[in-house]
Design a protein around this ligand. Structure first.
Ligand code: AR6
Length: 178
């Protein structure tokens, strides 16, 4: 578990400011921009990002696609589409898990080693924060267990105090940190 503990960072802040190999965008199926973190990423990256996104022809829920980072400090953006939360019985958990897993698979496939995630689906898409953080932590821990040699650092970027406290508490329990 020590290796995994050292590879996960939880921070409070704006994901558009983070200098990693790839930041993850909580996009929609069109991949053509929107509000929330998606809007912030497109604003900071500039028009060139939208131009590249237009060539991707959208993305399925639970899947992910990569573009360059343009004016962002990160090198790449991995766009994933989280589920819209309905009732908790509509496959939301599997689709959200898949967003994290697919994003990390794309990172590895492109020989990139550091990644920053926002709390996918927990804003406009309405996923309860605690349940979503639980899935995010499980997916990242599972991937670090299986592909730890290919991933150097995973950042959970929390936009507020509530998310930050939830991630800290959950990871403490899951990774058995004192
Ligand atoms: N840095 C880090 N986290 C952020 C930032 C930021 N700059 N801005 C917001 N968040 P949301 P979703 C947090 O709504 O729920 C868009 O219109 C926010 O507080 O951005 O997956 C897309 O185009 C929340 O914790 O994404 C889709 O239509 C988290 O990011 C739809 O919203 C996700 O909130 C996707 O909804």
């Amino acid at each position: 578990m020590k290796d995994i503990i050292e590879k996960i960072e939880i921070i409070k802040g704006d994901i558009t400011k983070i200098k990693v190999d790839a930041i993850v965008n909580a996009a929609n199926r069109s991949l053509l921009g929107g509000g929330g973190v998606d809007g912030a990423i497109h604003r900071a990256a500039g028009r060139e990002l939208l131009k590249e996104c237009e060539t991707l022809h959208g993305c399925d829920t639970g899947d992910a696609k990569i573009t360059k980072g343009y004016n962002l400090p990160c090198k790449y953006v991995i766009h994933t589409v989280g589920p819209i939360y309905k009732d908790g019985n509509s496959n939301e958990d599997k689709l959200l898990y898949s967003c994290y897993k697919k994003s990390l698979e794309i990172l590895i496939k492109n020989n990139l080693r550091t990644i920053a995630f926002p709390a996918i689906s927990t804003g406009i898409y309405g996923y309860p924060k605690e349940e979503a953080a639980n899935i995010a932590c499980d997916a990242v821990i599972d991937m670090l267990k299986n592909y730890g040699d290919k991933i150097d650092q995973v950042w959970f970027v929390c936009f507020g105090d509530i998310d930050y406290e939830i991630y800290k508490r959950l990871l403490k329990i899951k990774l058995d940190i004192d």
